[in-house]
Design a protein around this ligand. Structure first.
Ligand code: SAH
Length: 214
């Protein structure tokens, strides 16, 4: 077996052993090369189940956490999905394999530019990237079937709850940035919102306003 094939097998094995069992999620993660989203000096660690630094002091999430969040979101092929926290673009690329349309937003213009370039290069035509404070959601594109937040807020932001369709699902980490956070799932019903707590996680904080990186 080649080195790459073996690394890929180990990558998928690690995902399964951490509880990523959904076949569509696994096959999306098999198709999307995480190496393309990792900065070159960390390339040899791209297939390890570990978060890695990206530009603007942010991180690309741990693959098993990406898998578990995507699985918890129960994305359907006709869904319109909002991701808050584009970062490297890796999570959005996975979502683009499962949904009809993906909107992703980051407060750092540089991350948005770099992710946009990658999506074009990889022909991922169903992803649109915005530079904005995603805690306000994207009112012009709302409502969404699914919302995934990849930075931690103390509480689910009100505008995001408001932009979720009835029957829609939002997955997000909540808690303070220096403490243990919890991944929660919010389901919007006719009468309000149902919450369930999934697992402890650790994410960079959701920060208000735009980044000053140009
Ligand atoms: N999903 C990313 C990892 C995200 S790291 C990936 O797959 O690589 C969290 C990201 O959230 C960072 O890029 C950070 O800039 C962004 N972020 C933090 N607060 C935000 C806000 N209010 N609006 C939009 N993006 C935000």
């Amino acid at each position: 077996m080649t080195d790459t094939a073996e690394r890929k097998m180990q990558f998928l094995f690690a995902l399964r052993s951490k509880g990523v069992t959904d076949k569509r999620v696994l096959s999306a993660m098999e198709r999307i090369d995480r190496g393309a989203f990792v900065r070159h000096y960390f390339l040899d660690r791209a297939y390890e189940d570990t978060p890695l630094p990206i530009a603007c002091g942010q991180t690309i999430s741990q693959p098993s956490v990406v898998g578990l969040m995507t699985q918890a979101l129960k994305v359907q092929p006709r869904d319109t999905v909002l991701e808050v926290g584009t970062g490297s673009g890796y999570q959005a690329a996975i979502l683009s394999q499962l949904a009809r349309r993906v909107y992703t937003v980051d407060r750092h213009a540089r991350l948005v530019r770099e992710a946009q370039a990658l999506f074009s290069e990889l022909d991922m035509a169903n992803i649109t990237v915005f530079a904005a404070d995603g805690s306000h959601g994207l009112p012009d594109q709302a409502p969404f079937d699914r919302i995934l937040v990849t930075a931690a807020a103390e509480d689910p932001p009100g505008p995001l709850l408001a932009q979720l369709k009835i029957g829609g699902i939002m997955v997000l980490p909540v808690g303070q940035s220096d403490a243990v956070q919890h991944l929660i799932r919010v389901m919007r019903t006719e009468n309000g919102f149902d919450y369930d707590e999934l697992r402890p996680v650790r994410f960079v904080p959701l920060v208000e306003g735009l980044g000053r990186d140009g």
